[in-house]
Design a protein around this ligand. Structure first.
Ligand code: PLP
Ligand code: COI
Length: 359
């Protein structure tokens, strides 16, 4: 990899103070990686260089037609001081699937991993030390052909940046959700399974509507029957039926319109490890409301790379308002969260071989 180091890299004391501030996406590490692609020459040699602005022609395709994809993954400090990435191959594979859907070039998994490992090694000092904290890594790629013709771009730019992520989780507060019947996130044949910027752009108005209802997040239901629960904002959802050792941990089935979350997939295994039954199934708004009323549904949480696991409390919708559990994070929710974080931080045996050591 071509390398030009940042002459203005933060000194250790300044960097540590920024990392200690926590938050999410507030500060970026000293370096980034860029890699160009063209139809003619394929992938260029990637370059590690100082983090900084880029310059693009105003007629660059991405500004007009939104041909863009991204990923989100994390590096965790290990007990021996090393650093481990959580399932980076899964992110590489999803990035390639998103690229295919957006008519962008599919980056080889080995090249993707090389860029991530190189950046994390270079900026290792930015990986926090505390449990619940991590370095959030954001690979993205966009169309760079200049011109206003609507066609798949013959040039693309891949970039990789990283930001220290503090502990997101406020255990004293479950997230409240607005079930949107007005807006749709995804329909079959659309881009719901891809991690493309356009999905998020189209979701923001629903997020605003949720806030206007006093809710923290929006819950999406399916586009056709308008009753099946799909996702919450930028996270997948889990419903817990029953309690104690007999509980079943359920999540909406991947129907082609949900983003196949890597956290979601991991929790299917973690829940089995903890002795629970798991189900990938169709869950309707009625199942949710009636299950809460009858006591069948005991806990709900959302999951994703950024927040890992977030308890869901109040649900509000055109069909009524109800609260799952007592508004506090449920027992099984916390057990799953701690088990997953334990694996990510190297404190619990990694029986699924999910961790990928970088240092
Ligand atoms: N669903 C959506 C729409 C997302 O944006 C994300 C976040 O990346 C997820 C689910 C969770 O996916 P993952 O667990 O791979 O981060
Ligand atoms: C997640 O990782 O859970 C997300 O929601 C990603 C988001 C920051 C786009």
């Amino acid at each position: 990899m071509k390398t030009s180091l940042n002459p203005n890299a933060k000194d250790a004391a300044t960097r540590d103070a920024l990392v200690a501030e926590g938050g999410f996406g507030k500060y970026y590490t000293d370096h980034m990686v860029v890699c160009e692609w063209s139809e003619k020459d394929g992938w260029s040699e990637p370059e590690l260089k100082p983090y900084g602005p880029i310059s693009l022609d105003p007629a660059t395709a991405v500004f007009h037609y939104g041909q863009e994809i991204f990923e989100g993954m994390k590096a965790y400090r290990q007990p021996d001081g090393g650093i481990g990435l959580f399932r980076p191959q899964a992110n590489a594979q999803r990035f390639a699937r998103s690229a295919k859907r957006l008519a962008l070039p599919e980056m080889p998994e080995s090249l993707f991993l090389e860029t991530v490992e190189t950046l994390v090694r270079q900026d290792a000092g930015w990986v926090p030390n505390k449990v619940g904290e991590s370095l959030y890594i954001r690979p993205f790629m966009f169309a760079t052909e200049v011109g206003l013709g609507v066609r798949p771009s013959n040039k693309a730019l891949y970039m990789l940046i990283a930001t220290p992520a503090g502990a997101y989780f406020d255990p004293s507060k479950a997230v409240s959700v607005w079930i949107s019947t007005e807006y749709v996130r995804a329909a079959l044949g659309g881009t719901g399974e891809a991690k493309c910027g356009g999905n998020y752009a189209a979701s923001l108005i629903a997020q605003k509507a949720a806030a206007a209802q006093g809710c923290d997040q929006v819950v999406w239901i399916d586009a056709i029957e308008r009753k099946w629960i799909e996702e919450m904002g930028g996270m997948n959802l889990y419903f817990i039926k029953g309690s104690g050792a007999d509980a079943t941990v359920m999540t909406p089935k991947l129907t082609g319109t949900l983003l196949p979350g890597i956290t979601r997939d991991s929790i299917l295994s973690v829940a089995v490890d903890l002795g629970y039954k798991v189900e990938e199934t169709m869950i309707s708004v009625d199942d949710w409301r009636d299950g809460v009323a009858s006591g069948l549904i005991t806990e709900i949480f959302a999951c994703g790379t950024a927040a890992v696991v977030s308890p869901v409390g109040q649900a509000k919708s055109a069909m009524g308002t109800w609260i799952t559990g007592d508004g506090q994070p449920g027992k099984i929710t916390m057990q799953i969260r701690n088990a997953l974080l334990g694996i990510q931080h190297g404190e619990i045996a990694d029986t699924h071989k999910w961790m990928h050591a970088v240092i």
